[in-house]
Design a protein around this ligand. Structure first.
Ligand code: ADP
Ligand code: MG
Length: 210
């Protein structure tokens, strides 16, 4: 049985996880954290409720520089509700890293306040593809310093017709980035996305033991 210490998380990150009630990593976390912390591209497949948020969230938080006021990580989610949950989880994990700004960029709300928040600077952005694309088009979001891009629930995003948006966003990020795809299922069009936008991804699957 592995522990968060074995997986290479700092003492501060470990003690924060203990405070959050995370005693040991789930199987997808144990499998995904080492390659993700090493900066590798990742294809991770595991069912809903298996702890995928921390599998990408902890490496995102561990890898960022709080003193660099640029968007270093972007997480795309299919819905506003999921993006909100991910942003909340990232803020919890970030307590171990001091002052980290996580910004939520989803549609269905006025864009003006989001533009104001972006102007103040953010380390991480969590959002839905449509609204993130809007900000890129307006020039209010700059992904030029991006280190890591995560597609959460990639299968659902493709089901919802976000493929074009996702590709357009990916093309506006530095080519030398870490790209992590998280999904509950592994359909053909995600394999295509991976082939076009990932480099030698580590394939991490947790199959159901039940
Ligand atoms: P998924 O994205 O795979 O559907 P989540 O990341 O939303 O799953 O996690 C499901 C629940 O499990 C959340 O409430 C989360 O806080 C909790 N959780 C995740 N990892 C752990 C862990 N290692 N220990 C305890 N609880 C965890
Ligand atoms: Mg999830």
């Amino acid at each position: 049985m592995s522990s968060f210490a074995d997986l290479g998380l700092s003492a501060d990150m470990q003690s924060n996880l203990k405070d959050l009630g995370y005693q040991q990593p789930t199987p997808i976390q144990a499998a995904a954290l080492p390659p993700a912390l090493a900066g590798r591209d990742l294809i991770a497949t595991a069912k809903t409720g298996s702890g995928k948020t921390a599998a990408f969230g902890l490496p995102l938080i561990a890898g960022l520089n709080p003193r660099q006021f640029a968007v270093q990580g972007l997480v795309l989610c299919p819905t506003r509700e999921l993006a909100d949950q991910v942003a909340k989880a990232l803020r919890q994990f970030a307590r171990a890293r001091g002052n980290v700004k996580v910004l939520l960029l989803c549609g269905g709300v006025a864009i003006g306040p989001q533009i104001g928040s972006l102007a103040h600077g953010a380390h991480l952005v969590v959002g839905t593809p449509g609204r993130v694309e809007d900000h890129l088009r307006k020039g209010t979001l700059d992904l030029g310093q991006l280190k890591t891009l995560v597609l959460d629930e990639a299968d659902r995003m493709l089901d919802m017709g976000f493929l074009e948006s996702i590709e357009s966003i990916l093309k506006q990020t530095p080519p030398k980035r870490q790209t992590m795809l998280f999904s509950a299922t592994w359909p053909e069009d995600i394999r295509g996305l991976s082939q076009r936008f990932q480099q030698e991804p580590e394939d991490v699957r947790v199959v159901d033991q039940e």
